[in-house]
Design a protein around this ligand. Structure first.
Ligand SMILES: Nc1ncnc2c1ncn2[C@@H]1O[C@H](COP(=O)(O)OP(=O)(O)O)[C@@H](O)[C@H]1O
Ligand SMILES: [Mg+2]
Length: 259
């Protein structure tokens, strides 16, 4: 059996009284484009932070590429790329300097780092901004640079938290092209999103989290079957989502002051 790219068992994270992630068992096979979907506050960012070693679990286990995250976190970090929530880039560098710095940090030689940095800046349409400091980049430009930095060492698994948040259509197209390229090269992508259409368009496999608990997991076809859709019935991910998560209480309530 092939080693899964990511697997968790009873993954749990508490913040005081709050159980943000509870008993989550994830299975992401190598090569999958995996979408982790859920409403705001469901526990997506908390989960992805745990999967990438940025936040310690309260309980449960995590394996990435067959390695135990608690024991082999350094080796795992060499083989993955991450764009976390609220990514903090080093602002006092230009994009070119930033990518070179990251590449060297991964132990890549100077020449490879330089040529990949240039290639990535061109791909992301940031090459003409070579004098601009990262602080002065727009939000979308920062997201593109963060993704470029996350893939410079050619990671086997890429973790992205809401990669399309606040990104315009053109930048989103560039990001998608990049991700599809990674998938074509055999990488695994794990992305979170609260936007159904993004997950539906890009991902082959999906897990849905709600209030810290996994409520569905599988291929899009499996999820359709899971909510009782007969084969051939063209049910959208939105309909699946509403059936498994249910319409939130209060969402139909009127706002008295909004008239
Ligand atoms: N550092 C923290 N301290 C306390 N509560 C937190 C912290 N991080 C997240 N939470 C809470 O955990 C829950 C899940 O948050 P999060 O994982 O960010 O959700 P999502 O990314 O799905 O929107 C929320 O109720 C959030 O307020
Ligand atoms: Mg989040």
């Amino acid at each position: 059996m092939e080693v899964p790219a990511v697997s968790t068992e009873k993954l749990t994270r508490r913040f005081g009284e709050l159980v943000a992630v509870e008993d989550v068992n994830l299975h992401v096979a190598a090569g999958q484009f995996f979408g982790f979907l859920g409403p705001n506050g469901a526990g997506k960012s908390t989960t992805i932070k745990m999967l990438t070693g940025l936040l310690a679990p309260s309980a449960g286990s995590i394996h990435v590429l067959g390695l135990d995250l608690l024991k082999d976190s350094l080796e795992i970090k060499r083989q993955i790329g991450v764009v976390p929530e609220g990514m903090a880039l080093f602002g006092r560098l230009t994009g070119w300097e930033y990518l070179n710095f990251v590449g060297r940090m991964y132990g890549m030689d100077r020449a490879t780092t330089a040529s990949r940095s240039q290639e990535l800046l061109e791909f992301m349409q940031l090459a003409d901004q070579h004098k601009k400091l990262v602080t002065d980049y727009s939000h979308g430009m920062q997201k593109k640079l963060a993704l470029a930095a996350a893939v410079i060492h050619s990671p086997k698994v890429l973790f992205l938290d809401e990669p399309f948040e606040g990104v315009d259509a053109i930048a989103a197209g560039t990001l998608k092209a990049m991700l599809q390229r990674m998938i074509a090269r055999g990488a695994t992508i794990f992305l979170t999103s609260h936007v159904l259409e993004i997950v539906e368009r890009l991902c082959s496999h999906v897990a849905i989290i709600d209030k810290g608990r996994l409520v569905a997991q599988g291929s899009l076809e499996e999820l359709r079957a899971g909510v009782g859709a007969s084969s051939g019935e063209k049910i959208t991910l939105e309909q699946i989502f509403l059936r498994v998560v249910g319409t939130a209480e209060g969402s139909t309530r009127e706002l008295s002051w909004l008239e």
